[in-house]
Design a protein around this ligand. Sequence first.
Ligand code: FAD
Length: 322
Amino acid sequence: MYILGSGMGGCLAAILNPNSLVLEASEGPPTNHNAVLRFRTDAISKATGIPFKKVHVNKAIYYRGELMDHATPLTANLYSKKVTGKILQRSIWSLDPVERYVAPPDFHNRLLDMIGPRRIRYGEVVESIDLASIQCTGDRKGYARRNAEPVISTIPMPVLSKATGIALDSSLFGRMPIITARCHVHNCDVNQTIYFPDPETKLYRATLTGGELILEYSGEFTGNYDFDIVDLHENIIPSLGLDNADIGAMTFGSQKYGKIAPVDPATRKAFMFEATRQLNIFSLGRFAVWRNILLDDVYNDVFVIRQMIEQSHYDIKKGMMS
Ligand SMILES: Cc1cc2nc3c(=O)[nH]c(=O)nc-3n(C[C@H](O)[C@H](O)[C@H](O)COP(=O)(O)OP(=O)(O)OC[C@H]3O[C@@H](n4cnc5c(N)ncnc54)[C@H](O)[C@@H]3O)c2cc1C
């Protein structure tokens, strides 16, 4: 079986399907996720043997110099506009303390190590797929014979549409890139998240996860990280009770697929069903199914796909539509 993409979703699928081969567009191990990474359960930890830490997470909103423990239509709608460009229901309404699990910072690399270099082919940009083969461009110009065997795709739905020729109105698939900044915080071991709805700053979330501060900003990476020192003094330091001396050197990252805007379920499901019916391709992961799911859900979906591979198209359609 082929798996398209070696992000964390593709890695989970490859670990649970030991005879699979992974085709990945990037030239080496991808670093797709620099933002906060927490889990609702420790199921993935148990399955992979990678230890997670159970933590208690506190959340708040910081708006115009004030900390708040609940959202209002004003703060929630400003926040949603900042992260999606639209007024939609977002997680900022859920500020109750929660128990979560945190993976080690090298989690993705450890997943890649578990698969091993022989089962991942880097530099393979999947460009077209039919029942007989998968054609790749990029430096390697690869060609994978598949003889109609199942493929698990974690590549974004609009990209798979291009590769398969299965029609999709890509203009409906809104996404917003994000920039992340991370640094060490001295003498710190808490798990806290602050939301920043104010449209005056591109900062939308700051999170302390153990001894690390993760800042998330909406917007495109322009090749020059221009860290906003005003943000540090007006938003980050006062909302978290830090001072300059607590904060270490920043490292920056960007995610082309940061926030995704929701798409009508009928559109998403019709595309995924056609990919399965016509080409025996199963979609897995946040950008492949175009839903704001967490890796806990992706892990469960690997097992759902395993069942679907054995089912008739009639039963798959019935399951998808329920
Ligand atoms: C801001 C933010 C916060 C998040 N917080 C959490 C969290 O707390 N907990 C949680 O569980 N999840 C969280 N997530 C979700 C988590 O990041 C995703 O579920 C996960 O990273 C998605 O992994 P993936 O493998 O499905 O997709 P990706 O990481 O996008 O992997 C897809 C891979 O496919 C490759 N690819 C693309 N096109 C092609 C092609 N044509 N040919 C070959 N390869 C291709 C890409 O290079 C990439 O490596 C968050 C996401 C964001 C954006």
